[in-house]
Write a protein that binds this ligand. Sequence first.
Ligand code: FPP
Length: 236
Amino acid sequence: MEKKKLNHLAIILDGNGRWAQARNLPRFKGHYEGGKRVKEIAIAASLKGIKRMSVYAFSTENWKRPTSEIDYIFKLPRLFLDMYLSDLMKYQIKIECIGDISQVSSNAKKAINDCIEKTKNNTGMVLCFALNYGSYQEIINATRNIASLVKEDKLNIEDITKETFEEYLMDSTPVDLLIRTSGEQRISNFLLWQIAYSEIYFTNVMWPDFNEEELDKAIANYYQRDRRFGGIKNEK
Ligand code: FPP
């Protein structure tokens, strides 16, 4: 991979609730607008040649929210599919999902699987939704799987490498640029392994206000960074 290529963009979609509250709107309105931005930014990113865009739509910690809000967030996959399928096909965007969706309602599961199925032959950018996703869980599951192989004498401990480990992650594509909106400056258990060498961009803009101009700012900032991957030479 060329050091400066922006292959994988990951976004922590934050600020939907505050965006709505600032307008005296119910929080779900913020999630609705946020869903629209996911589609718009995905199209913009795909046209800029980005190959994969991962969005943190629901974390393993988000179950602490009120049930009504959780129920609304899980209505979004169906809404997303109904409203945006024609655009996903037009721009050849392929939907993928990481996280444990076994715990979500059967309607949401069906919508997610329909979306994955209907876009599976698309050849453009992958839009990956992290749904009921958390890195601790992902890394623990990988470790358990590897430990079982060792226990069954199918793998030697000394053969556990970065590559072996990555085979057991839900997705191992290294993140080039991670964006978090809304002014919060933390990672919140998102793609911890995959962001090992990623550039991180924080913006005060709330996710429902994040538009193509904001994406361009983040990308321009990324291209100014000197990615050394632990080395010392400035290779551009
Ligand atoms: C964070 O804002 C946002 C979420 C927890 C949900 C994000 C989900 C979407 C935008 C929709 C994704 C689309 C599909 C198809 C599932 P927040 O509620 O934490 O905002 P706050 O920090 O201002 O309260």
